[in-house]
Design a protein around this ligand. Structure first.
Ligand code: NAD
Length: 550
């Protein structure tokens, strides 16, 4: 079955489900597939290589039908994008429980995953694609902004002004990079093999301009750096060709990273020397050869990054497992540059701080502006938050349902959630607000090449934490909870969980929000206390987080 019409979540206060919790899940599933939000909605692909919202169009229709029929004391079970059962639970239980892409560890590799996927038995859920809380590039832009800001603080006196940042990949998530660099006053050259993806970022204000040749791009980089003027340029090209060419010319950027979908060698990375059409042909007719060529290109790509590091550039991996793939393909030095979490994010995670996000189900941007105001009133002393919310309002266009993201920690998220519930109760916003987060969070992921890289106690690969996170969010009454494998860095490399909770203005929602939005970031605090981080311990003591063996 092929979907003929474009999908767009309903707006306004008329609902077609039996309650707002079910309606919220349905609207968010639809919003993930909105053509303004998803990268390839016709294939149900939302972002991140082949991250899908549902396994097939039949499964999508069945999910929507099930949500419309779901009672207030029932729970829909979704197994890798397919609805498989409806169980009687109770009013405070989640309305939807989702498990995506999970495989028994011995079988958790791409070959087995692809075999099962081809048989129609599973799908790749990425992080927020299969858990229905993707909000377009905005969802990552603050995280990317925070990362570049921290990198600037550590290496360049707190600004990227006059600095040349090289990256690649302008897809769903990577597309946030140029804007995050210019928000930090820097100059970004982003190499992207697919011209239409650059055009999309230019059209939505994420990237300033497009260049067709390296010389043209470099001239603009030089001029903007010399003027100290923020600028982002999308260069049509292949990273595995452009990065080594820069090394050959001894042009060494100040900072280098990459966000191609390297985690998925078959669907996410275009090998050097191939046009998009030739790549598609090879992928279809000889997937083995394709994977080999993609991995060989990743080795060249990583070697160029290592050379740039040796010549003075600040180099880091941006969470796409590029290093892991190059290591597997024989580049023994691949891990010589760090991942972005240990380099720039870990201390935020110690405080349960991570990508908190929310969506206005009314579809009215004014509702988001009311929530912005509520946050500014609630945290008046937080200058960083103020700067972010001001910049976000000025620079970020909404995609699909209006949404916002901002990094909040333990002791802050529950406050925000309760305030949003009050806005709904008082009619200050026109419809309920959905509150969720990325799976890339402080206590919800085990991913040794990303969120849990280099843990102080060596517990990088311990995957009990995301399981406990999903269980505690379920017990706390989140509206939907998801447990995934393989997001971000690919099959075999990560386990992670997500939650979304609806603020519908009722006292019951307030109680659920208070529990979920404390316990969920609380998992981040206890995970980092357990791993021996002093900062997390101080924070836990300050906020009276109960930890039995302290
Ligand atoms: P995407 O699949 O939507 O985009 C990838 C982009 O890379 C595409 O536009 C593609 O054309 C381009 N590309 C592929 N091969 C290329 C090459 N050789 N040279 C130049 N461009 C090439 O993926 P996305 O959602 O943007 O995510 C990118 C990666 O980042 C994924 O691996 C994802 O798992 C990871 N990720 C990181 C974070 C983070 O916070 N760091 C968050 C989410 C996702």
């Amino acid at each position: 079955m092929v979907q003929k019409t474009q999908i767009r979540a309903p707006r306004g206060t008329t609902i077609s489900c039996k309650g707002w919790q079910q309606e919220a899940a349905m609207r968010m599933l639809m919003n993930n597939l909105d053509p303004d939000v998803a990268e390839r909605p016709e294939d149900l692909v939302v972002y991140g290589g082949s991250g899908r919202a549902a396994r097939s169009w039949e499964a999508y229709e069945a999910i929507v039908r099930s949500l419309r029929q779901l009672e207030d004391d029932e729970t829909l079970l979704v197994q890798s994008g397919k609805p498989v059962g409806i169980m009687r639970t109770h009013a405070n239980a989640p309305r939807v429980l989702i498990a995506n892409s999970n495989l028994v560890p011995h079988w958790a590799n791409w070959d087995e995953f692809r075999r099962l996927e081809a048989m129609g038995l599973t799908m790749y859920g990425q992080m927020t694609a299969g858990s229905w809380i993707y909000i377009g590039s905005q969802g990552i832009v603050q995280g990317t902004f925070e990362t570049f800001a921290e990198a600037a603080r550590q290496h360049f006196g707190s600004t990227l002004k006059g600095k040349f940042v090289l990256t690649a990949g302008l897809g769903g998530m990577g597309g946030a990079q140029p804007l995050a660099v210019t928000m930090n006053e820097g100059v970004c050259l982003a190499v992207e093999v697919d011209e239409s993806h650059i055009q999309r970022r230019v059209a939505t204000g994420y990237c300033d301009t497009i260049a067709r040749t390296l010389d043209e791009a470099l001239a603009q980089v030089r001029e903007a750096c010399a003027d100290g003027r923020p600028l982002s340029i999308g260069l049509i090209g292949n990273a595995a060709e452009i990065y080594p060419e820069l090394v050959r010319r001894n042009i060494i950027p100040d900072m280098v990273t990459d966000q191609t979908s390297a985690h998925d060698a078959l669907n996410g990375y275009i090998p050097a020397g191939l046009t998009l059409e030739a790549a598609e042909h090879l992928r279809k007719h000889d997937p083995e050869a394709y994977i080999q060529r993609a991995k060989a290109s990743m080795v060249i790509h990583v070697r160029a990054m290592l050379d740039m590091q040796k010549r003075g550039a600040v180099v880091f991996d941006y969470g796409n497992n590029l290093r892991g793939q190059a290591l597997e393909a024989g580049e023994t030095h691949a891990l010589d540059f760090p991942g972005f979490v240990p380099a720039y994010i870990r201390s935020l995670f110690c405080r349960g701080k991570g990508p908190f996000r929310w969506v206005a189900l009314s579809g009215d941007p004014e509702d988001i502006y009311r929530t912005d105001e509520a946050l500014l009133e609630m945290f008046p002393e937080d200058e960083h938050l103020k700067r972010w919310l001001t910049l976000a309002r000025q620079k970020i266009q909404f995609q699909g349902l209006p949404a916002r993201i901002c990094w909040l920690g333990y002791g802050e998220r529950d406050k925000a959630g309760l305030a949003f519930n009050e806005l709904v109760a008082k009619g200050i916003v026109k419809a309920p607000i959905v509150i969720g987060r990325d799976h890339l969070d402080s206590g919800s992921v085990a991913s040794p090449y990303r969120e849990t890289e280099g843990m102080k106690d060596g517990s990088d690969a311990i995957a009990d934490w995301p399981l406990l996170n999903a269980l505690v969010n379920t017990a706390s009454g989140a509206t939907w909870v998801s447990l995934h494998h393989g997001g971000g860095v690919g099959i075999g490399y990560s386990m992670h969980a997500g939650q979304v909770t609806v603020a519908d203005g009722t006292p019951e929602a307030a109680a659920r929000l208070a529990r979920v939005l404390s316990n969920d970031p609380g998992m981040g605090v206890i995970r980092h206390v357990d791993a021996g981080y002093e900062e997390a311990l101080t924070y836990a003591q300050q906020y009276n987080v109960k930890i039995p063996m302290l």
